[in-house]
Design a protein around this ligand. Structure first.
Ligand SMILES: *Cc1c(COP(=O)(O)O)cnc(C)c1O
Length: 421
Protein backbone atom coordinates (compact mmCIF):
# COMPACT_ATOMS: atom_id res chain seq x y z
CA UNK A 1 0.00 0.00 0.00
CA UNK A 2 1.12 3.54 -0.73
CA UNK A 3 2.35 5.27 2.41
CA UNK A 4 0.25 8.28 3.29
CA UNK A 5 2.45 11.27 3.89
CA UNK A 6 1.32 11.72 7.49
CA UNK A 7 4.75 11.34 8.92
CA UNK A 8 4.04 12.35 12.50
CA UNK A 9 1.19 9.88 12.90
CA UNK A 10 3.25 7.13 11.31
CA UNK A 11 6.21 7.92 13.54
CA UNK A 12 3.92 7.90 16.58
CA UNK A 13 2.48 4.58 15.47
CA UNK A 14 5.95 3.05 15.12
CA UNK A 15 6.80 4.27 18.61
CA UNK A 16 3.46 3.02 19.95
CA UNK A 17 3.92 -0.45 18.53
CA UNK A 18 7.08 -1.01 20.52
CA UNK A 19 5.40 -0.30 23.87
CA UNK A 20 1.66 -0.95 23.31
CA UNK A 21 0.30 -4.20 21.79
CA UNK A 22 -0.52 -3.38 18.17
CA UNK A 23 0.16 0.28 18.98
CA UNK A 24 -3.41 0.88 20.22
CA UNK A 25 -5.25 0.63 23.53
CA UNK A 26 -8.34 -0.91 21.92
CA UNK A 27 -8.12 -3.16 18.86
CA UNK A 28 -10.90 -1.35 16.95
CA UNK A 29 -8.60 1.67 16.64
CA UNK A 30 -6.19 -0.23 14.43
CA UNK A 31 -6.66 0.11 10.67
CA UNK A 32 -5.89 -3.51 9.81
CA UNK A 33 -9.27 -4.08 8.16
CA UNK A 34 -8.99 -1.08 5.84
CA UNK A 35 -5.25 -0.67 5.30
CA UNK A 36 -2.93 2.15 6.28
CA UNK A 37 -2.23 3.19 9.83
CA UNK A 38 -4.36 5.19 12.24
CA UNK A 39 -3.99 8.94 12.55
CA UNK A 40 -2.98 10.16 15.99
CA UNK A 41 -5.29 12.76 17.45
CA UNK A 42 -4.18 16.19 18.59
CA UNK A 43 -7.61 17.62 19.41
CA UNK A 44 -11.27 17.60 18.48
CA UNK A 45 -14.05 20.17 18.51
CA UNK A 46 -17.62 20.06 17.22
CA UNK A 47 -17.88 17.72 14.23
CA UNK A 48 -14.14 17.82 13.51
CA UNK A 49 -11.14 15.89 14.71
CA UNK A 50 -7.56 17.03 14.05
CA UNK A 51 -4.49 14.83 13.82
CA UNK A 52 -0.93 15.58 14.92
CA UNK A 53 0.00 16.41 11.33
CA UNK A 54 -2.54 19.26 11.34
CA UNK A 55 -5.07 17.47 9.12
CA UNK A 56 -8.69 17.96 9.97
CA UNK A 57 -11.39 15.34 9.45
CA UNK A 58 -15.13 15.44 9.64
CA UNK A 59 -15.72 12.78 12.28
CA UNK A 60 -18.43 10.10 12.19
CA UNK A 61 -16.80 7.93 14.87
CA UNK A 62 -17.64 10.24 17.76
CA UNK A 63 -15.44 8.22 20.12
CA UNK A 64 -17.59 5.19 19.13
CA UNK A 65 -20.81 6.76 20.35
CA UNK A 66 -20.45 9.02 23.38
CA UNK A 67 -20.06 12.37 21.60
CA UNK A 68 -23.69 13.03 20.67
CA UNK A 69 -23.26 16.79 21.11
CA UNK A 70 -20.05 16.75 19.09
CA UNK A 71 -16.55 17.06 20.53
CA UNK A 72 -15.71 19.32 23.46
CA UNK A 73 -19.18 20.78 24.06
CA UNK A 74 -18.99 23.88 26.24
CA UNK A 75 -21.48 22.60 28.83
CA UNK A 76 -19.44 19.46 29.43
CA UNK A 77 -16.07 21.24 29.51
CA UNK A 78 -17.34 23.74 32.07
CA UNK A 79 -18.84 21.02 34.28
CA UNK A 80 -15.64 18.96 34.25
CA UNK A 81 -13.44 21.97 35.01
CA UNK A 82 -15.68 22.95 37.91
CA UNK A 83 -15.73 19.43 39.32
CA UNK A 84 -11.95 19.03 38.97
CA UNK A 85 -11.39 22.05 41.21
CA UNK A 86 -13.01 20.09 44.02
CA UNK A 87 -10.90 16.96 43.65
CA UNK A 88 -10.80 14.15 41.15
CA UNK A 89 -11.83 11.10 43.19
CA UNK A 90 -12.95 10.44 46.75
CA UNK A 91 -13.98 6.81 47.04
CA UNK A 92 -16.90 8.05 49.14
CA UNK A 93 -20.47 8.97 48.22
CA UNK A 94 -21.43 12.31 46.65
CA UNK A 95 -24.78 14.02 46.08
CA UNK A 96 -23.92 14.25 42.37
CA UNK A 97 -24.04 10.44 42.12
CA UNK A 98 -27.53 10.45 43.60
CA UNK A 99 -28.59 13.14 41.13
CA UNK A 100 -27.14 11.09 38.28
CA UNK A 101 -29.06 7.99 39.40
CA UNK A 102 -32.25 10.08 39.71
CA UNK A 103 -31.69 11.55 36.26
CA UNK A 104 -31.22 8.11 34.69
CA UNK A 105 -34.18 6.65 36.52
CA UNK A 106 -36.32 9.65 35.52
CA UNK A 107 -35.42 9.23 31.85
CA UNK A 108 -35.74 5.42 31.79
CA UNK A 109 -38.52 4.36 34.17
CA UNK A 110 -37.55 0.64 34.18
CA UNK A 111 -34.39 1.72 36.04
CA UNK A 112 -35.89 1.64 39.49
CA UNK A 113 -32.42 1.32 40.99
CA UNK A 114 -29.10 2.07 39.34
CA UNK A 115 -25.46 1.29 40.08
CA UNK A 116 -22.80 3.45 38.46
CA UNK A 117 -19.69 1.77 37.03
CA UNK A 118 -16.88 2.93 34.74
CA UNK A 119 -17.36 1.08 31.43
CA UNK A 120 -19.97 -0.66 29.33
CA UNK A 121 -18.02 -3.89 29.77
CA UNK A 122 -18.36 -3.58 33.53
CA UNK A 123 -22.06 -2.75 33.25
CA UNK A 124 -22.86 -5.86 31.17
CA UNK A 125 -20.61 -8.17 33.16
CA UNK A 126 -22.21 -6.98 36.40
CA UNK A 127 -25.79 -7.17 35.10
CA UNK A 128 -25.22 -10.81 34.14
CA UNK A 129 -23.76 -11.64 37.54
CA UNK A 130 -26.77 -10.07 39.20
CA UNK A 131 -29.14 -11.98 36.91
CA UNK A 132 -27.37 -15.25 37.79
CA UNK A 133 -27.37 -14.43 41.48
CA UNK A 134 -31.03 -13.48 41.40
CA UNK A 135 -32.24 -16.54 39.47
CA UNK A 136 -29.77 -19.12 40.76
CA UNK A 137 -29.24 -20.23 37.14
CA UNK A 138 -25.93 -20.38 35.23
CA UNK A 139 -26.59 -20.06 31.50
CA UNK A 140 -27.04 -16.88 29.52
CA UNK A 141 -28.27 -16.29 25.99
CA UNK A 142 -26.74 -13.72 23.66
CA UNK A 143 -27.17 -13.02 19.96
CA UNK A 144 -24.57 -13.45 17.27
CA UNK A 145 -23.09 -10.12 16.21
CA UNK A 146 -24.09 -8.35 19.43
CA UNK A 147 -21.20 -7.06 21.54
CA UNK A 148 -21.55 -6.67 25.27
CA UNK A 149 -17.99 -5.80 26.24
CA UNK A 150 -14.97 -8.04 26.61
CA UNK A 151 -15.68 -9.95 29.82
CA UNK A 152 -14.92 -13.68 29.56
CA UNK A 153 -18.37 -15.15 29.16
CA UNK A 154 -19.38 -12.62 26.53
CA UNK A 155 -16.47 -13.17 24.17
CA UNK A 156 -18.17 -16.10 22.59
CA UNK A 157 -18.79 -16.88 18.97
CA UNK A 158 -21.81 -18.66 17.60
CA UNK A 159 -21.92 -21.76 15.57
CA UNK A 160 -23.95 -21.30 12.44
CA UNK A 161 -27.68 -21.69 12.50
CA UNK A 162 -29.05 -23.42 15.53
CA UNK A 163 -28.13 -22.84 19.13
CA UNK A 164 -24.68 -24.03 20.00
CA UNK A 165 -22.77 -24.23 23.20
CA UNK A 166 -20.52 -21.24 23.30
CA UNK A 167 -17.02 -21.64 21.99
CA UNK A 168 -14.61 -18.96 23.22
CA UNK A 169 -13.77 -16.37 20.55
CA UNK A 170 -10.58 -15.44 22.36
CA UNK A 171 -7.80 -17.56 23.83
CA UNK A 172 -7.76 -17.04 27.57
CA UNK A 173 -11.47 -17.73 27.96
CA UNK A 174 -11.94 -21.18 29.53
CA UNK A 175 -14.29 -23.50 27.67
CA UNK A 176 -15.88 -24.46 30.96
CA UNK A 177 -16.90 -20.86 31.31
CA UNK A 178 -17.89 -20.11 27.71
CA UNK A 179 -20.15 -23.16 27.62
CA UNK A 180 -22.63 -21.23 29.75
CA UNK A 181 -23.09 -18.70 26.94
CA UNK A 182 -25.67 -19.86 24.41
CA UNK A 183 -25.60 -17.97 21.13
CA UNK A 184 -28.53 -17.49 18.76
CA UNK A 185 -28.97 -15.55 15.52
CA UNK A 186 -30.31 -12.01 15.99
CA UNK A 187 -33.96 -11.56 15.05
CA UNK A 188 -34.55 -15.34 15.01
CA UNK A 189 -37.55 -15.91 17.26
CA UNK A 190 -37.93 -19.56 16.22
CA UNK A 191 -34.48 -20.27 17.63
CA UNK A 192 -35.24 -18.40 20.85
CA UNK A 193 -38.53 -20.23 21.34
CA UNK A 194 -36.91 -23.63 20.79
CA UNK A 195 -34.00 -22.94 23.15
CA UNK A 196 -36.15 -21.50 25.91
CA UNK A 197 -38.56 -24.41 25.67
CA UNK A 198 -35.74 -26.90 26.10
CA UNK A 199 -33.50 -25.19 28.62
CA UNK A 200 -35.46 -22.50 30.46
CA UNK A 201 -34.60 -23.97 33.84
CA UNK A 202 -30.92 -23.22 33.35
CA UNK A 203 -31.21 -19.80 31.66
CA UNK A 204 -30.56 -16.83 33.95
CA UNK A 205 -30.73 -14.08 31.34
CA UNK A 206 -31.17 -13.10 27.73
CA UNK A 207 -28.99 -10.11 26.87
CA UNK A 208 -29.64 -8.18 23.68
CA UNK A 209 -28.84 -4.90 21.98
CA UNK A 210 -32.39 -3.65 21.31
CA UNK A 211 -30.99 -2.12 18.13
CA UNK A 212 -27.79 -3.91 17.23
CA UNK A 213 -24.88 -1.56 16.62
CA UNK A 214 -21.89 -3.85 16.73
CA UNK A 215 -22.37 -5.79 13.49
CA UNK A 216 -23.21 -2.49 11.86
CA UNK A 217 -26.68 -1.17 12.59
CA UNK A 218 -29.35 -3.89 12.53
CA UNK A 219 -32.79 -2.95 13.83
CA UNK A 220 -34.99 -5.49 15.62
CA UNK A 221 -37.56 -7.18 13.39
CA UNK A 222 -41.17 -6.26 14.25
CA UNK A 223 -42.21 -8.33 17.26
CA UNK A 224 -38.69 -9.53 18.13
CA UNK A 225 -38.26 -7.52 21.32
CA UNK A 226 -41.92 -7.96 22.28
CA UNK A 227 -41.65 -11.72 22.15
CA UNK A 228 -38.32 -11.74 23.99
CA UNK A 229 -40.12 -9.84 26.73
CA UNK A 230 -43.05 -12.26 26.81
CA UNK A 231 -40.89 -15.42 26.71
CA UNK A 232 -38.52 -14.27 29.45
CA UNK A 233 -41.37 -13.15 31.68
CA UNK A 234 -43.13 -16.50 31.32
CA UNK A 235 -39.99 -18.48 32.11
CA UNK A 236 -38.46 -16.51 34.97
CA UNK A 237 -35.57 -15.34 32.79
CA UNK A 238 -34.06 -11.88 33.32
CA UNK A 239 -34.29 -9.77 30.15
CA UNK A 240 -31.31 -7.43 29.82
CA UNK A 241 -31.27 -4.63 27.26
CA UNK A 242 -27.72 -3.56 26.51
CA UNK A 243 -28.34 0.10 25.72
CA UNK A 244 -24.70 1.14 25.96
CA UNK A 245 -25.00 2.58 22.44
CA UNK A 246 -28.74 3.23 22.19
CA UNK A 247 -29.19 4.88 25.59
CA UNK A 248 -29.91 8.58 24.88
CA UNK A 249 -28.83 8.10 21.22
CA UNK A 250 -32.35 8.08 19.72
CA UNK A 251 -34.38 10.04 22.24
CA UNK A 252 -34.03 11.30 25.79
CA UNK A 253 -34.25 7.78 27.21
CA UNK A 254 -33.52 4.34 25.82
CA UNK A 255 -34.57 2.39 22.74
CA UNK A 256 -36.93 0.76 25.24
CA UNK A 257 -38.89 4.02 25.40
CA UNK A 258 -39.33 3.92 21.62
CA UNK A 259 -40.38 0.27 21.46
CA UNK A 260 -42.45 0.52 24.63
CA UNK A 261 -40.83 -2.47 26.33
CA UNK A 262 -39.52 -2.53 29.88
CA UNK A 263 -36.61 -4.97 30.31
CA UNK A 264 -35.69 -6.27 33.77
CA UNK A 265 -32.19 -4.80 33.62
CA UNK A 266 -30.58 -2.17 31.38
CA UNK A 267 -26.92 -1.42 30.71
CA UNK A 268 -25.80 2.09 29.84
CA UNK A 269 -22.46 3.67 28.94
CA UNK A 270 -21.06 5.83 26.15
CA UNK A 271 -23.38 8.89 26.03
CA UNK A 272 -24.07 8.89 29.78
CA UNK A 273 -20.38 9.61 30.48
CA UNK A 274 -20.15 12.62 28.16
CA UNK A 275 -16.79 11.30 26.95
CA UNK A 276 -15.50 10.37 30.40
CA UNK A 277 -15.61 6.85 31.87
CA UNK A 278 -19.10 6.51 33.31
CA UNK A 279 -21.52 3.66 32.74
CA UNK A 280 -24.40 2.12 34.67
CA UNK A 281 -26.62 -0.88 35.10
CA UNK A 282 -29.95 -1.04 36.81
CA UNK A 283 -33.54 -2.13 36.67
CA UNK A 284 -36.20 -3.79 38.75
CA UNK A 285 -36.01 -3.02 42.43
CA UNK A 286 -36.19 -6.64 43.60
CA UNK A 287 -33.42 -7.73 41.24
CA UNK A 288 -31.14 -4.81 42.12
CA UNK A 289 -31.73 -5.67 45.80
CA UNK A 290 -29.33 -8.59 45.20
CA UNK A 291 -26.44 -6.16 44.69
CA UNK A 292 -23.94 -5.82 47.54
CA UNK A 293 -24.17 -4.36 50.17
CA UNK A 294 -27.98 -4.59 49.97
CA UNK A 295 -27.71 -8.21 48.83
CA UNK A 296 -25.14 -10.97 48.32
CA UNK A 297 -23.98 -10.33 44.71
CA UNK A 298 -20.60 -8.61 44.87
CA UNK A 299 -19.72 -5.75 42.54
CA UNK A 300 -17.44 -2.82 43.33
CA UNK A 301 -15.25 -0.10 41.83
CA UNK A 302 -12.56 2.30 43.09
CA UNK A 303 -13.57 4.90 40.50
CA UNK A 304 -17.30 4.10 40.28
CA UNK A 305 -19.34 7.30 40.27
CA UNK A 306 -16.15 9.29 39.69
CA UNK A 307 -16.93 12.99 40.22
CA UNK A 308 -15.49 14.14 36.87
CA UNK A 309 -17.27 11.43 34.91
CA UNK A 310 -20.54 12.11 36.70
CA UNK A 311 -20.21 15.86 36.09
CA UNK A 312 -19.52 15.31 32.38
CA UNK A 313 -22.35 12.81 31.98
CA UNK A 314 -24.89 14.95 33.82
CA UNK A 315 -23.97 18.03 31.82
CA UNK A 316 -24.46 16.12 28.57
CA UNK A 317 -27.71 14.48 29.69
CA UNK A 318 -29.18 17.75 30.97
CA UNK A 319 -28.36 19.42 27.67
CA UNK A 320 -30.23 16.63 25.87
CA UNK A 321 -33.16 16.86 28.27
CA UNK A 322 -33.50 20.60 27.99
CA UNK A 323 -33.23 20.78 24.20
CA UNK A 324 -35.68 18.29 22.69
CA UNK A 325 -35.05 19.79 19.25
CA UNK A 326 -31.64 18.09 19.31
CA UNK A 327 -33.20 14.71 18.46
CA UNK A 328 -35.37 16.14 15.68
CA UNK A 329 -32.29 17.79 14.25
CA UNK A 330 -30.24 14.57 14.48
CA UNK A 331 -33.04 12.69 12.73
CA UNK A 332 -33.20 15.04 9.75
CA UNK A 333 -29.41 15.31 9.32
CA UNK A 334 -29.05 11.54 9.54
CA UNK A 335 -31.86 10.95 7.04
CA UNK A 336 -30.15 13.41 4.70
CA UNK A 337 -26.87 11.53 5.09
CA UNK A 338 -28.42 8.12 4.47
CA UNK A 339 -29.97 9.40 1.23
CA UNK A 340 -26.51 10.15 -0.13
CA UNK A 341 -25.74 6.46 -0.65
CA UNK A 342 -26.45 4.65 -3.91
CA UNK A 343 -26.36 0.93 -4.51
CA UNK A 344 -25.67 -0.08 -0.92
CA UNK A 345 -27.99 -1.15 1.89
CA UNK A 346 -28.28 1.57 4.51
CA UNK A 347 -29.61 0.49 7.89
CA UNK A 348 -30.44 3.53 9.97
CA UNK A 349 -32.24 4.21 13.22
CA UNK A 350 -32.06 7.89 14.17
CA UNK A 351 -28.47 9.10 14.25
CA UNK A 352 -26.86 5.64 14.02
CA UNK A 353 -26.46 4.15 10.57
CA UNK A 354 -24.41 1.70 8.56
CA UNK A 355 -24.07 1.50 4.79
CA UNK A 356 -23.48 -2.19 4.01
CA UNK A 357 -21.72 -2.98 0.74
CA UNK A 358 -24.17 -5.71 -0.12
CA UNK A 359 -27.53 -6.08 -1.82
CA UNK A 360 -29.19 -6.94 1.47
CA UNK A 361 -31.42 -6.90 3.40
CA UNK A 362 -29.21 -7.04 6.50
CA UNK A 363 -31.12 -8.49 9.45
CA UNK A 364 -28.54 -10.53 11.37
CA UNK A 365 -24.86 -11.44 11.47
CA UNK A 366 -24.98 -13.85 8.52
CA UNK A 367 -26.52 -11.27 6.20
CA UNK A 368 -24.18 -8.54 7.50
CA UNK A 369 -21.20 -10.80 6.86
CA UNK A 370 -22.09 -10.94 3.15
CA UNK A 371 -20.90 -7.35 2.81
CA UNK A 372 -17.93 -6.75 0.52
CA UNK A 373 -15.29 -5.75 3.06
CA UNK A 374 -12.65 -5.13 0.35
CA UNK A 375 -14.93 -2.57 -1.23
CA UNK A 376 -15.58 -1.02 2.16
CA UNK A 377 -11.82 -0.80 2.75
CA UNK A 378 -11.45 1.07 -0.54
CA UNK A 379 -14.34 3.34 0.39
CA UNK A 380 -12.77 4.03 3.77
CA UNK A 381 -9.46 5.03 2.16
CA UNK A 382 -11.31 7.23 -0.32
CA UNK A 383 -13.23 8.99 2.46
CA UNK A 384 -10.01 9.52 4.38
CA UNK A 385 -8.48 11.32 1.43
CA UNK A 386 -11.64 13.48 1.35
CA UNK A 387 -11.05 14.43 4.99
CA UNK A 388 -13.77 12.26 6.46
CA UNK A 389 -13.07 9.95 9.40
CA UNK A 390 -15.03 6.70 9.58
CA UNK A 391 -14.69 3.71 11.88
CA UNK A 392 -12.14 1.41 10.21
CA UNK A 393 -14.55 -1.51 9.77
CA UNK A 394 -17.62 -2.32 7.69
CA UNK A 395 -19.35 -3.67 10.80
CA UNK A 396 -19.65 -0.45 12.80
CA UNK A 397 -22.22 2.28 13.18
CA UNK A 398 -21.63 5.81 11.93
CA UNK A 399 -22.69 8.37 14.52
CA UNK A 400 -24.06 11.76 13.53
CA UNK A 401 -23.72 14.40 16.24
CA UNK A 402 -25.61 17.59 16.97
CA UNK A 403 -22.50 19.47 15.86
CA UNK A 404 -22.77 18.14 12.29
CA UNK A 405 -24.12 20.97 10.17
CA UNK A 406 -26.07 20.79 6.93
CA UNK A 407 -22.87 21.86 5.23
CA UNK A 408 -20.99 18.95 6.84
CA UNK A 409 -23.59 16.49 5.59
CA UNK A 410 -23.53 17.98 2.08
CA UNK A 411 -19.75 17.74 2.01
CA UNK A 412 -19.99 14.11 3.11
CA UNK A 413 -22.58 13.40 0.40
CA UNK A 414 -20.27 14.86 -2.26
CA UNK A 415 -17.42 12.67 -0.99
CA UNK A 416 -19.69 9.61 -1.13
CA UNK A 417 -20.78 10.43 -4.69
CA UNK A 418 -17.16 10.84 -5.74
CA UNK A 419 -16.39 7.21 -4.74
CA UNK A 420 -15.78 5.01 -7.76
CA UNK A 421 -16.07 1.53 -6.27
C1 LIG B 1 -19.30 -0.23 23.58
C2 LIG B 1 -20.24 -1.26 24.01
C3 LIG B 1 -20.04 -2.01 25.18
C4 LIG B 1 -18.76 -1.95 25.97
O1 LIG B 1 -18.56 -0.69 26.51
P1 LIG B 1 -17.05 -0.26 26.94
O2 LIG B 1 -17.25 1.05 27.63
O3 LIG B 1 -16.27 -0.19 25.67
O4 LIG B 1 -16.53 -1.31 27.85
C5 LIG B 1 -21.03 -2.87 25.58
N1 LIG B 1 -22.17 -3.00 24.89
C6 LIG B 1 -22.40 -2.31 23.75
C7 LIG B 1 -23.69 -2.46 23.04
C8 LIG B 1 -21.43 -1.44 23.27
O5 LIG B 1 -21.62 -0.82 22.11
Amino acid sequence: MKRLPDSRSEAAFDRARSVIPGGVNSPVRAFRAVGGSPFFVASARGSKIRDIDGREYLDYVGSWGPMILGHAPQEVLAAVAKAAEKGTSYGAPTVAEVEMAELLSGAIPSLEKVRLVSSGTEACMSALRVARGFTGRDDIVKFEGCYHGHSDGLLVKAGSGAATFGVPTSPGVPRDYAKHTLVLPYNDLQAVRALVKKRWKSIAAIIVEPIAGNMGVVPPAPGFLEELRALTERNGIVLIFDEVITGFRLCYGGAQSIYGIAPDLTCLGKIIGGGLPAAAYGGRREIMASVSPEGPVYQAGTLSGNPLAVAAGMAQLKTLRENPSIYANLESRSAQLSEAFRGVVVNRVGSMLTPFFTTGPVTDWDSAAKADTKKFAKFHRHMRTQGIALAPSQFEAWFVSYAHTNGDIERTARAIHAFRG
